[in-house]
Each structure stands twice: as structure tokens, then as C-alpha cells.
Design a protein around this ligand. Structure first.
Ligand code: ADP
Ligand code: MG
Length: 503
């Protein structure tokens, strides 16, 4: 259930000409299952291969070829269901969804309409301001992807690439529990994060490995609560479905544009008709693709080539036992074990590589200090070069070594930044670098006193000013730091300067 520490996020309302309107959104997310082979054939799923090089006879629908289910894909779908705290159906079945398209040689797509492999689950969607909403998952089913038609290679001909044909997809369907554009993006982000933790989908939206159909409707305040009480959809407005969105930014824009379109229609006395639409980011509008009347009649029927899929509870239990720690749990543990803020814990658990990196640095050290260094210095530096954590030239052991030198006061915070830059660009052991290059902090008060005396003696006018205005003592501290190449312990310098000036 929703953690008691979270308030619900505010529902997005749009002021129309006549009234305020609320948004209701449900998403159907298509996620390509991470697997080396396709759902019903042994052909490779490698992205970017030579066109039509990853096609088995069954993918090309050669006569007499039969599909053979890929057990690993089933395991991945089950793992996903478990990660979304969903019900796993021990019996599911495959259906044929019939339609004609040149990139679909079978003339049908194998899907799971009536008996999906995964039932109801949930996703906790956090909004970054301490609020969160629990979005219900209705179902997850497995299906085949289609091929790709290519129209821009020749002025007179179209081409077909069947490499994608038969690749395993999961369709993850949410309930209409999402209440605004930002929440929709946060939902997809969270879902992607969970799938990546699980290793069941790489979440790459640019490659089309994750894409969403976005259902949008509008209603008057109070209507949604009636729907929630009764689960009766007649309390909600008529929805339109915006197909195939593959960017977080466009998802948000499309929802806003579509909601405003519907408000204008309803306020002018019209009715929204249920249809499938496409979002045009250049024009900033959605356009009708097909109306409900034109909707395909897919003539679904159980696939006679495939027996119902029966799996055993013991197998499901084994998969459950092997699940990794998931983002919500990891975040809670980081807050608890390393005394992190909610924000820092979110940043550090955003992807599993960052979380592992941080944990290796923080283990046995000051967790907050480690978080500062990983987030501000390391992530900041990586971002400059557009690298992600897996490309970090600084290992957790090296960063830990820098932090140890700070904690033992061997180096100052300022020198630590210089040291970090050296380790980042040249590599090496931090302690050895500090030793070899004489970067150690000067805590020897005698040496600091000598430096302070020298500067006071050389600047009598500044001394008079500082005595009148103690704030100016900072100037002396700065001079001493400069004279010692930034190596003097700043705390000691402060104390000695104050004492010598008689402040
Ligand atoms: P279909 O199979 O015709 O696409 P579904 O019942 O599977 O219909 O619903 C598809 C998606 O539409 C789901 O994500 C669901 O949450 C969403 N949805 C249903 N009704 C509404 C509504 N009134 N407003 C917004 N989204 C809705
Ligand atoms: Mg649907």
C-alpha cells in the first residue's frame, strides 16, 4: 500500500472558458523483453543488424513453420510481474490478432488478449516533492513485435525489414490512475527504472525498445472519486488514445494538447469521440488516425499452434527468490543506513549502476560525505563529458581513497578537488599522489604562525582596518592560504589570524 509518509500529488486541473477540468490518464507501455532470441524463434534480437539478417523461417511465416515458445521470455515476463508486485497467472494463453500489413508476414500478431500472464499490480510514482501516487497495473501480456516498413530509401519502392518481427514485447497496462502530464512522465520513468533494475527491458526509448500509448480523458472535479468508489467508467469522460509515444517530453506535451482539445469540444457543446490519435510535435497538435467505427476488427481467436501456457508455482517462487533489491527498497535502505536525504537517495538509486557505485564508496565511510562526492563531483564531472557512471575513470576505491584523506584531515576540501581532477584525468592512487606531489595539509601550527606573522608585518594598513572591522580578517586567511599553496588547514589559519590580530 501507499507509504504513510507520502501525501498524494495535486491533481492537474486546466481552466477552460467555462469551468475547471481534471485530467484522467491511463498508459499502455510496450516494453521489449531483454532476451537474445525472439519470442517464438531462435533468431537474434540484436539491434542494428543488417536488414533481414535476423529472421528465422517462422518469423517470415514460411508455410508449415511452427512457433516454439522461448522459456527465457516467459521468465522475464514473470520477473517483471513480480517486480510490480503483481499477480502471476499460472495458466495463460496466446491469441491471434489478425490484420494485414506488409511488415507482418503471418497476417496476424500472436498476443494474449483473454488470459494474460500477469494480472493486477502496482507502481509507486514519486513526484520529487515528497508526494507520491500509487498507480494500479491492470495486466501485463506478452506479444510479438512486427517488422519495419522503410519508405525513405527509394522514391518508387518501399522496403521491409523483418529483423524486429517476432521480437518479444510486454504490454504493461495501467489503470486510469494518472492525473497529470508530469505524473505520466514520472510513471514511465519509474516503470523504466524498475524494468532496468530487473534486467527485463533496457528501457531505451530512442531505439523504440520502450514506447507508450497514452489514453487521455477529461472530467469535472469529483467525478474521478466516484469512479474510484464504484470502478464504473461511466463517471469518466470519453478517452482518446495517442499512439506510440517514445519520449518523456512528447508524452507530457501530447497530454496537455489533447486535454485542451477535448475541453474546447465539450465547452462548445460537442462530445469527444473515442478514437486513436497521433501527436505531431512540430505542429503541437494531435490528429485523428482512426475513429472507433473504423477500429480494426482483429478477429481474435486462440492460436491453434500453441497450447495454453502453464507454469508452476515453484518456478515462480524461484524467480521471486532471485529478484534483486528494487528501487523503493534500495532507496529506503540508503536513507536508513547512510543517513541520506530523500533527494540524495533518489538520485543515487536512479539507476542500479550508480547505486552500486555509491554503496561501494559509502561502505565504512561517512555516507553523507560520500553522497556529496558522488553526486556533486563525480556525476557533475561525468555530465560535462556526457558520460554515464559505467564510463567513470574514477573507481569507487579511488574515490573512497580521496574521501579517506579528507576524513583524516590529510588534505583540505579544496585540495581534495584538485586531487579528484588529477585522479580523474591521470588515474593513480590518491594517497600516493598526495605524498608524491606534496599536497598534504599543513597542520603544523608553527609553520602557519610564521606565514601569518610575515603577512601581518608586510601589511600594517590592512591590520588597522581589520582591527576596526573584524570581517576583514578573511583577507589575511586568504593570503595565508595563497602563500601555502592552499595546503594550510583553514581552521587553524582562522584561529591563528584571529589570535594574532587580537580579534
Ligand atoms: P482497449 O483494450 O480498448 O485499449 P482498455 O480497457 O484496455 O481498452 O484500456 C486501455 C487503457 O485506457 C488503459 O490504460 C486504461 O487505464 C485507459 N483508460 C480507460 N478508460 C479511460 C478514461 N476514461 N480516461 C483515460 N484513460 C482510460
Ligand atoms: Mg488497449
Amino acid at each position: 500500500m501507499l507509504d504513510q509518509t507520502y501525501d498524494s500529488p495535486k491533481v492537474k486541473t486546466i481552466a477552460g472558458a467555462k469551468a475547471d477540468w481534471e485530467l484522467v490518464i491511463g498508459l499502455e507501455v510496450h516494453a521489449q523483453i531483454s532476451s537474445n532470441a525472439k519470442l517464438f524463434s531462435g533468431a537474434s534480437t540484436k539491434f542494428g543488424a543488417e536488414p533481414n539478417s535476423n529472421v528465422a523461417f517462422v518469423d517470415a511465416a514460411m508455410p508449415g513453420m511452427l512457433p516454439v515458445i522461448n522459456e527465457y521470455c516467459i521468465e522475464q515476463a514473470v520477473r517483471t510481474g513480480l517486480g510490480l508486485k503483481a499477480q502471476i497467472n499460472l495458466v495463460s494463453a496466446f491469441d491471434r490478432k489478425n490484420y494485414f500489413y506488409p511488415d507482418l508476414p503471418q497476417g496476424y500478431q500472436i498476443s494474449q488478449l483473454y488470459q494474460p500472464i500477469v494480472g493486477e499490480g502496482e507502481v509507486l510514482v514519486e513526484m520529487g516533492d515528497g508526494t507520491a501516487r500509487l498507480v494500479r497495473i491492470e495486466r501485463i501480456h506478452m506479444e510479438q513485435d512486427a517488422g519495419k516498413s522503410i519508405h525513405d530509401m527509394d522514391p518508387n519502392m518501399s522496403f521491409v525489414d523483418l529483423n524486429r518481427t517476432g521480437v518479444a514485447l510486454m504490454e504493461i497496462v495501467s489503470r486510469p490512475d494518472i492525473r497529470g502530464p508530469e505524473e505520466a512522465a514520472a510513471f514511465v520513468t519509474k516503470l523504466r527504472q524498475i524494468l532496468r533494475y530487473l534486467g527485463t527491458c533496457d528501457g531505451n526509448m530512442q531505439n523504440g525498445n520502450m514506447r507508450a500509448d497514452v489514453n487521455v480523458s477529461i472530467c469535472k472535479p469529483g467525478q474521478y472519486e466516484k469512479y474510484m468508489e464504484t470502478q464504473d467508467f461511466s463517471h469518466l469522460g470519453t478517452r482518446c488514445e495517442i499512439k506510440n509515444m517514445n519520449s518523456m517530453r512528447f508524452i507530457q506535451q501530447a497530454i496537455d494538447v489533447e486535454a485542451r482539445r477535448q475541453i474546447a469540444i465539450v465547452e462548445a457543446g460537442g462530445t469527444v469521440s473515442q478514437e486513436t490519435r497521433l501527436y505531431d510535435p512540430d505542429k503541437g497538435e494531435t490528429r485523428s488516425m482512426r475513429s472507433k467505427e473504423e477500429a480494426h476488427d482483429y478477429r481474435y481467436f486462440p492460436d491453434p499452434d500453441l497450447l495454453p501456457l502453464e507454469i508452476e508455482q515453484a518456478w515462480v517462487d524461484d524467480i521471486a527468490a532471485s529478484l534483486p533489491e528494487l528501487p523503493d527498497d534500495k532507496k529506503a535502505r540508503f536513507i536508513n543506513d547512510f543517513s541520506l536525504t530523500d533527494y540524495d537517495a533518489s538520485v543515487l538509486t536512479a539507476d542500479v549502476e550508480s547505486a552500486h557505485y555509491y554503496e561501494a564508496v559509502a561502505q565504512g565511510r561517512d555516507g553523507k560525505l560520500a553522497a556529496n562526492w558522488v553526486i556533486n563531483e563525480l556525476f557533475g564531472r561525468l555530465k560535462k563529458e556526457d558520460h554515464d557512471i559505467s564510463a567513470s575513470p574514477v573507481s569507487p576505491a579511488q574515490l573512497g581513497g580521496i574521501i579517506d584523506l579528507i576524513s583524516s584531515q590529510a588534505i583540505s576540501g579544496k585540495i581534495a578537488k584538485d586531487l579528484f581532477e588529477i585522479v580523474y584525468t591521470e588515474g593513480g592512487d590518491p594517497a600516493e599522489i598526495v605524498e608524491a606531489r606534496g599536497m598534504k595539509q599543513v597542520t603544523d601550527t608553527g609553520a602557519i604562525e610564521a606565514a601569518v606573522d610575515e603577512i601581518i608585518a608586510a601589511n600594517p594598513a590592512q591590520v588597522e582596518k581589520a582591527k576596526a572591522n573584524p570581517k576583514l580578517a578573511g583577507w589575511f586567511v586568504g593570503q595565508v592560504m595563497k602563500a601555502t599553496g592552499g595546503k594550510a588547514n583553514p581552521k587553524a589559519v582562522n584561529q591563528i589570524v584571529s589570535a594574532k590580530l587580537g580579534l
